[in-house]
Write a protein that binds this ligand. Structure first.
Ligand SMILES: C[S@@+](CC[C@H](N)C(=O)[O-])C[C@H]1O[C@@H](n2cnc3c(N)ncnc32)[C@H](O)[C@@H]1O
Length: 447
């Protein structure tokens, strides 16, 4: 249970703002965004900079040493999870993408890195002595997205992983296979969307999926070892198990279900900036890697429905269902003046623009009550957000979300600005030039 007061509000605001007084770009973490520990397991789109998450947690915990539970309702690859663990905090996370939840589960441990090193050795041996050329999976488009020789090699890896008895080891291996499938598929790696390479390139590409897998699995083993040593030296591991709690939920944050009635002390999160199709298609990006993983190792519920098509995960994500009611526009405009102004600006544009934006904010707004319900009175929130452009008009996600959260009885303490140092998102997406800055909203739930 964290305590809140005007004095603590001033303290957190001053501490956070002071960091950017001498270095205007403090929150950008330019040249300081290395991905060590579990952060380096898999290249998930739009991952949060770990050093930023670390700084937020450090400042929040300095003001509130009583923080125990961190909650990320859009957990993605689990950057906040890993940073929370490194500080010895309990963590709860939710994501609609099964690959994100598998990443989080794997990063949560256990950390049996010595046993894992032996298992890696046996696994590689099994793969290299497997002379079978059967293909282990089937899905629409399999031959379009993977060359025959790549399918045979990935099948050998999959067979060897299925042979492994321990779920914690299989999860670790699935992540390495996911990364291998991602880079050896026929889809371009320069975009988050599924986009085939030209045939001439597909047939001539030099690919060795087994060697690729070996490199990834050995790299990830090193990452796990470093993290394990770090956790151990701080007393956060007991026989390889993290000593605090971790709860993960695969599903829509607006329908959040956690088994116990636990309330969290702090929310740190970065939601999507808009609907996946026009911003970052997390689902399309994860579709091919997910095909190779045994679904029952990801979640006890049937996840095959998430893979019905290349668009299913994106369709289920914020703003994916674009049919809106007339009431949605007026309801959201009442909650946010900035949203109302944006709608007016878009009224002269083709109608699908306003519909897409409305569908996204309708879904984001639906997530707020379940998130706040889970936050302690007086709990802190850090939202990292980017404003994009639609039809040449700026979509002020930071202002709209602030206003929507204020309707739910929360108070804005400060806004931190950061410039995005990496050009990856900018160059490779059609949201290009608009993604140059992010805002971190710092808010507190009323007591
Ligand atoms: C910007 S990413 C989060 C990245 C994360 N901070 C990290 O470092 O990897 C946003 C995440 O929101 C998830 N998402 C989108 N719509 C969702 C919904 N309705 N419920 C839960 N998660 C959702 C996406 O799958 C994606 O993983």
């Amino acid at each position: 249970m964290i305590t809140a007061s005007e004095k603590l509000n001033r303290e957190i605001k001053e501490r956070l703002e002071r960091l950017a007084v001498y270095d205007r770009d403090y929150w950008s973490f330019k040249g300081n965004s290395r991905r060590e520990h579990g952060h380096g397991f898999f290249q998930y789109p739009a991952m949060m900079v770990p050093q930023m998450a670390r700084a937020i947690l450090a400042e929040a915990c300095a003001v509130h040493p009583d923080i125990e539970w961190v909650f990320d309702p859009f957990a993605g690859s689990g950057t906040i999870l890993t940073e929370s663990m490194l500080m010895g905090l309990s963590f709860a996370g939710c994501d609609i993408n099964p690959l994100a939840i598998l990443l989080c589960r794997t990063k949560a441990g256990p950390f049996f890195h010595k046993a894992l090193a032996d298992k890696v050795h046996c696994l590689l041996d099994r793969i290299k002595t497997d002379m079978d050329s059967r293909i282990e999976i089937d899905f629409a488009g399999r031959d379009k997205w993977f060359r025959d020789d790549v399918q045979i090699a990935l099948s050998k890896i999959r067979r060897a992983i299925m042979h492994e008895m321990a779920i914690w080891a299989r999860s670790f291996f699935w992540i390495a296979l996911a990364e291998t499938a991602r880079v050896t598929s026929n889809s371009r790696t320069s975009t988050f969307k599924l986009h085939t390479r030209p045939l001439s390139e597909i047939v001539t590409r030099s690919l060795d999926p087994i060697l690729q897998f070996q490199r990834v699995v050995e790299r990830n083993l090193d990452h796990m070892k470093t993290q394990s040593e770090c956790l151990n030296s701080n007393g956060y591991l007991n026989r390889g198990h993290y000593t605090k709690n971790i709860e993960l939920y695969l599903g829509d944050t607006s329908e959040l279900k956690f088994s116990n009635g636990k309330r969290f002390d702090i929310v740190i999160t970065s939601p999507p900036y808009g609907d996946n199709v026009t911003t970052v298609p997390y689902g399309q990006y994860s579709y091919l890697p997910l095909q190779w993983i045994d679904p029952s190792d990801i979640d006890c519920n049937d996840i095959t429905q998430y893979l019905r098509s290349t668009h299913e995960i994106d369709y289920r994500s914020l703003g994916g269902k674009q049919r809106i009611n007339k009431d949605d526009e007026s309801y959201l405009s009442e909650r946010s003046q900035s949203f109302g102004r944006l709608l007016k600006q878009l009224s002269l544009e083709p109608s699908d623009r306003a519909k897409k934006v409305t569908a996204f904010f309708r879904d984001l707004n639906r997530c707020l009550a379940p998130i706040l319900e889970r936050l302690q009175p007086g709990g802190l929130m850090f939202w990292t957000l980017g404003n994009r452009h639609v039809a040449g008009k700026s979509v002020p996600l930071d202002a709209i979300l602030t206003e929507m959260l204020e309707c739910e009885g929360t108070v804005l303490l400060t806004q931190l600005k950061r410039r995005i140092p990496s050009k990856r998102m900018a160059i490779r997406n059609n949201i290009a030039e608009t993604m140059r800055a992010e805002t971190i909203l710092v808010m507190r739930k009323a007591v």
